[in-house]
Design a protein around this ligand. Structure first.
Ligand code: SF4
Ligand code: SF4
Length: 439
């Protein structure tokens, strides 16, 4: 047996409750963190496993920390991710009901124009999704409302969602729905309708330009405070506040945390997700600087947010629950307000992609067939063949390669935990009562 290639051993040695020296070992194939004696952890880190007692070796194999000599773990991981991408049981539709947005976020590469969709557009979208719901292999359908600003098309969302919910109930298919919105048009009555009628159980509010006076944050915060006050009427609603930061925002995060706490949003129904602005059209070197500064500062923000009771994404990266993203599975597709079907959520409303990456038009598509293959449907094979640097990365099982599109554009999209996992392990150690051992 040998140590799995998917282990991260803490640099820090901690003292456990009895004062023994231990380290944390994260296995990214299971997302499990184990506390192991310093000598054993050291042996795993240096691949020195031949002399381990049989009972220890057996325990570590059960935890997938040790794997058989010669095992091709990369192929195992890719097979698991490929299987999720190929399963026909779960269908994922990302719908862009309008090409217009009422905000003007600087980093957004979409072009927003007012205007109606074609006369047959709504009917074609409806028919395509109803056909998916009724397919015998379908066990679950996920519908994501995405923009532009989907609340600019609130009436269309309600009309279509009502029909999807009815059909899913009639077919005994699980129906899940989410919406990504800037939030400026949210009101309590709309929130109720989205939750109760449209069955939106996951709402992602993009709150960018934190501290930016132009954004309508105060009005959004007051609606969210109202929502939190009525949290018991929305059981199961998951609300995420996602803030995409660029370099100038990095020094504003503490003020952002203070504002969220004073608005009462340090509440279990709200999760915070701070991210670095991805390279839509940004200069790559600016984005890289932002990512480095973000990763260095993030552990401190995470600690502060935990201290004030703000829910954040997990410290330790969780397993991928389904396919990496719509672009790597033909069971997922993105339907733009233009009528174009894409595989990638960054294609709709971006002129270059609306011209060059259309897979087919929803009004002409055969609704009994999956979307045609897109640019990134062979992602798992590319990694498995070693054509992407992700093939050698310890985080591949939890990350999946993050974003094929950004890799293709020369921007490395690695999540921040790749750069600050050691500090995250230190936070995890503190959470579980381990104290750093001074050596
Ligand atoms: S390729 Fe990247 S941008 Fe496109 S859907 Fe996947 S994660 Fe999103
Ligand atoms: S995107 Fe980065 S962190 Fe994720 S698997 Fe690839 S190299 Fe690793």
């Amino acid at each position: 047996m040998r140590a799995s290639r998917y282990l991260v051993v803490s640099d820090t040695v901690y003292a456990d409750g009895r004062g023994n020296p231990v380290r944390l070992v994260l296995n990214t194939r299971t997302s499990r963190v184990c506390t192991l004696g310093d000598n054993l952890a050291w042996a795993l880190r240096h691949g020195d496993c031949a002399t381990l007692p049989v009972e220890v070796s057996d325990q570590l194999s059960d935890l997938k920390i040790l794997v058989p000599e010669g095992r091709d773990e990369l192929t195992d991981v890719m097979d698991e991710q490929r299987a999720k991408a190929r399963s026909l049981a779960s269908l994922n539709y990302v719908l862009v009901p309008t090409g217009y947005c009422n905000l003007g976020c600087e980093y957004c590469g979409q072009v927003h124009v007012r205007g109606k969709t074609s006369a047959n557009h709504r009917g074609a979208v409806r028919d395509r999704i109803l056909r998916g719901i009724r397919r015998p292999s379908t066990e679950e359908v996920q519908v994501g409302w995405f923009g532009g600003e989907p609340l600019m098309a609130y009436a269309i969302v309600r009309d279509l969602a009502r029909q999807f919910v009815e059909a899913a109930e009639a077919e005994g298919v699980r129906y899940r729905s989410r919406m990504t919105t800037g939030g400026a048009l949210l009101t309590m009555p709309k929130l109720r309708a989205l939750y109760e009628e449209c069955r939106i159980s996951s709402l992602c509010l993009t709150m960018d330009g934190i501290g930016d006076r132009r954004s309508p944050h105060e009005q959004i915060l007051s609606v969210l405070a109202d929502l939190v006050a009525h949290a018991d009427e929305f059981p199961g609603l998951r609300l995420t506040i996602r803030s995409s930061l660029d370099v100038k925002d990095v020094n504003r995060v503490d003020a952002f945390i203070d504002a969220m706490v004073s608005a009462g949003l340090n509440h279990p129904m709200i999760e915070f997700d701070l991210r670095v602005v991805q390279g839509w059209s940004n200069d790559a070197s600016t984005t890289r600087t932002a990512r480095q500064r973000f990763a260095a500062a993030e552990p401190r923000w995470l600690r502060r947010m935990h201290e004030v009771g703000m829910v954040t994404r997990t410290l330790i990266p969780a397993q991928l629950r389904g396919p990496l993203c719509p672009a790597v599975t033909r069971t997922a597709e993105v339907i733009s307000s233009s009528g174009a079907i894409f595989s990638c959520t960054e294609h709709p409303l971006v002129p270059e992609h609306e011209q060059g990456d259309v897979l087919e038009l929803v009004e002409h598509a055969d609704h009994d067939r999956q979307r045609p293959a897109g640019r990134y449907d062979d992602w798992h094979d590319r990694i498995n063949r070693g054509e992407q640097s992700c093939a050698g990365c310890v985080f591949l099982p939890v990350c999946g390669g993050s974003c094929p599109k950004h890799w293709g554009e020369g921007n490395s999209p690695c999540p921040s935990y790749k750069f600050n996992i050691q500090q995250r392990l230190d936070l995890e150690a503190a959470r579980t009562g381990l104290t750093p051992l001074l050596t």
